[in-house]
Design a protein around this ligand. Structure first.
Ligand code: NAP
Ligand code: ZN
Ligand code: ZN
Length: 349
């Protein structure tokens, strides 16, 4: 028996998201059922519903920054009980057998089709997955995260994508004391990269389009803030970073940014713009620099990140909205007018 729940869905690339209903499965032995309390709005939701990464399967119920409270657990569930605070991020299943899955890197599952996305994907039985812009959800316990009690659920939600997406490369490329890290773009991902990078002990610089958000950037812990609209920035900062985290959702002049890396520095591309990046040889080869990419994080590392954020008191800056505001929020995200994550109050769906 399925349960009918309320949701917000996109039915085309151009129409606004509207209220609808979807079906959730009855919890099986390994499933956790939970009421969704909050869902963050990630720029990836917008890329997806607008078809910027290819035509999705409409209707799309977006949302992969999900925080809620457990209402029921299957008979074989061992990790969760009713009343627990839980989160779900960008995927709800994977093959569980490939080397990536066995290593807890489910986001890099190599079985055909890869990880099963929280929305715009399919469950094992072929039914479509629907995301967090809804009121309840049922997910296998192995793909559910424990949210530490000290993090309020509205602030926990954005950690499930924005948080882990920046935590993982910061860890992988050893952000810490003595590392000079630059973050391009002070949006949802960017502001978390500043906070987490600083908590790891790195020296963090923000590179934003303008100086409009400078006060915020410094308050979040950045030690410097520069406008990329000022050509002087690129002269002044040439060769001065060990690691650059690019969170920009649009295409940038990669030469200009690669030139900001020191010898052997790495630029990690997290933004996923619609068009391919243009990467000339010289800014890369000249200083043995690396250009890398990274995608979200696996379940063990996501749990590690949540615990790290609880321990270091790192949480996102959010604006909680009613579901009726989703379409306006989308417009504001696209115009870089977000400080710094919109979070939908699921009780308004
Ligand atoms: P966001 O909140 O919109 O932040 C992006 C920031 O980039 C903006 O706030 C803005 O910062 C800057 N920006 C936007 N347009 C720009 C332009 N034309 N030129 C220069 N800078 C621009 O988005 P988000 O949710 O953080 O996501 C950022 C990107 O990461 C998206 O493409 C998203 O799909 C992708 N993403 C990737 C992963 C992954 O696993 N790799 C996970 C989640 C999201 P300033 O105003 O400070 O310049
Ligand atoms: Zn996301
Ligand atoms: Zn796998």
């Amino acid at each position: 028996m399925t349960t009918t729940v309320s949701a917000y869905a996109a039915t085309s690339a151009t129409d606004p998201l509207t209220k609808t209903t979807i079906e959730r499965r009855a919890p099986g032995p390994h499933d956790v059922a939970f009421d969704i309390k909050f869902a963050g709005i990630c720029h990836s939701d917008i890329h997806t519903v607008k078809g910027e990464w290819g035509r999705p399967n409409y209707p799309v119920v977006p949302g992969h920054e999900i925080a809620g409270v457990v209402t029921e657990v299957g008979s074989a569930v061992t990790k969760f009980k009713v009343g627990d605070h839980v989160g779900v991020g960008c995927f709800v299943d994977s093959c569980r057998e490939c080397d990536s899955c066995k290593a807890g890197l489910e986001q890099y599952c190599t079985t055909r089709g890869g990880m099963r996305g929280t929305y715009n994907s399919t469950e094992r039985d072929g039914s479509p997955t629907y995301g967090g812009y809804s009121t309840a959800m049922v997910v296998d316990e192995n793909y559910v995260l424990r949210i530490p009690e000290s993090i309020p659920l509205d602030k926990a939600a954005p950690l499930l994508c924005a948080g882990i997406t920046v935590y993982s490369p910061l860890r992988h490329w050893n952000a810490g004391p003595g590392k000079r890290v630059a973050v391009i773009g002070l949006g949802g991902l960017g502001h978390m990269a500043v906070k987490i990078g600083v908590a790891m002990g790195a020296e963090v610089t923000v590179l934003s389009q303008s100086l409009k958000k400078m006060e915020d950037g410094l308050r979040l812990g950045a030690s410097a803030y520069h406008a990329t609209s000022d050509p002087d920035t690129f002269k002044k900062l040439a060769g001065s970073f060990d690691l650059i985290i690019n969170t920009v959702s649009a295409n940038l002049d990669m030469s200009a940014y690669l030139n900001l890396l020191a010898l052997d520095g790495t630029l990690v591309e997290l933004g996923a713009p619609e068009k391919p990046l243009v990467v000339p040889f010289f800014p890369l080869g000249a200083m043995r620099r690396s250009l890398a990419g990274s995608m979200i994080g696996g379940i063990p590392e996501t749990q590690e990140m949540l615990d790290f954020c609880a321990e270091h008191d790192v949480t996102p800056e959010i604006e909680v909205i009613d579901a009726s505001y989703i379409n306006e929020a989308y417009e504001r995200v696209v115009s870089s007018d977000v400080r710094y994550r919109f979070v939908i109050d699921a009780s308004t769906i």
